[in-house]
Design a protein around this ligand. Sequence first.
Ligand SMILES: Cc1cc2nc3c(=O)[nH]c(=O)nc-3n(C[C@H](O)[C@H](O)[C@H](O)COP(=O)(O)O)c2cc1C
Ligand SMILES: Nc1ncnc2c1ncn2[C@@H]1O[C@H](COP(=O)(O)OP(=O)(O)OP(=O)(O)O)[C@@H](O)[C@H]1O
Length: 355
Amino acid sequence: MEIDKAMRESDDQRLKTMYNNAINVIQRALSLYKFEEVAFSFNGGKDSTVLLHLLRAGYFLHIEKPEYPNDNPANCNVKCPIRTIYFETPSTFPEINSFTHETATTYGLQMETIRLDFKSGLEALLKEKPTKAIFLGTRIGDPNAVGQEQFSPSSPGWPPFMRVNPILDWSYRDVWAFILTCKIQYCSLYDKGYTSIGSIYDTVPNSFLCTNDSSSNKDYFKPAYLLADGRLERAGRAKRYSPLASEGGPVASNGPNSVESHQNSTLTASVITVDLPDYKVKLENYEFNLLLNEKETCVTILLRYLVVDCLSIRILRSCSLASAKAANCAIMMKIDTISRSMEPHSGFKSIRRLN
Ligand SMILES: Cc1cc2nc3c(=O)[nH]c(=O)nc-3n(C[C@H](O)[C@H](O)[C@H](O)COP(=O)(O)O)c2cc1C
Ligand SMILES: Nc1ncnc2c1ncn2[C@@H]1O[C@H](COP(=O)(O)OP(=O)(O)OP(=O)(O)O)[C@@H](O)[C@H]1O
């Protein structure tokens, strides 16, 4: 099996450990449940793509070995006919759709496309065929991973099944290290700066990957695997509860927990980049402590709004610092903390103009 071989040959000890742990979880699930009773929830995202290949490796190691002796090149084509479910909606990216269907064909997945919401789709699935466990590519850091373990029963009010999360403890870096080490094909959007993919209405390329090509003076996005700080993985995803979402256009957060609201409305925000020395800037009633990193040159031009207890950011566009300067743009700097209490309804304008 090519994946297992690549892992055995890798000298990335951490990745090997993560891989072995995930395979153990998969093998445990395959011993606990009959193969016909398990399903794989696949949506063409990077996490479920990683999981697909772990499942293939786990399945291969689980079935009788003599059929697939170790160094037989035929192993590369080992199929894993696991029942696979894909929830497709009209707002799914076309690139995700085509990647999901093509991948299912390539690897012989028995894929059902479900065009219902998660709950109704799962109810129908369980009625149609007993399903005891579903493999998911959920990772700690996903908003829906809170409280989950590698084996977690579905939530109260959901149809009853076991959620199996073999890569729950994998980091963003682990995911990309695995994909690159094993030369796994992934959805093309990740090469265009998308680092986590939701719907076409709430996902934009990650502004932390925006850079400027000095020869053409054009901005472009680097591939997802170059995102240095995995905590910024969801920077291109809209905050689910943003009251601005209804205003049209993508509304995206500026990082994980980009604005966390605490009891007395002390806010912390993670960062947008800039390459100036440390300083503070006062904006209306709010004082921002800026943490600056000289190496970063990409900035994001933002329209910013304050709402009662959260800060929402609408990305207008991302560009390089050079072009922001040239355009004398109002830019949002790398904000580490917002140090004053928030007061309701205080809209604010630009933080500073570059000259
Ligand atoms: C197979 C499957 C099982 C799920 N089970 C649950 C569940 O038990 N409880 C729950 O609150 N959400 C459940 N969800 C919903 C997910 O937690 C989450 O909302 C969904 O994967 C969308 O994640 P995203 O917003 O990061 O794209 C399930 C989703 C899928 C696909
Ligand atoms: N539309 C869907 N159809 C099937 N499974 C889904 C769907 N959406 C989410 N899932 C399941 O939930 C898991 C977690 O979703 P999440 O969006 O965090 O990861 P991903 O899509 O694999 O990667 P990314 O974070 O890059 O979008 C997926 O790996 C998959 O198992």
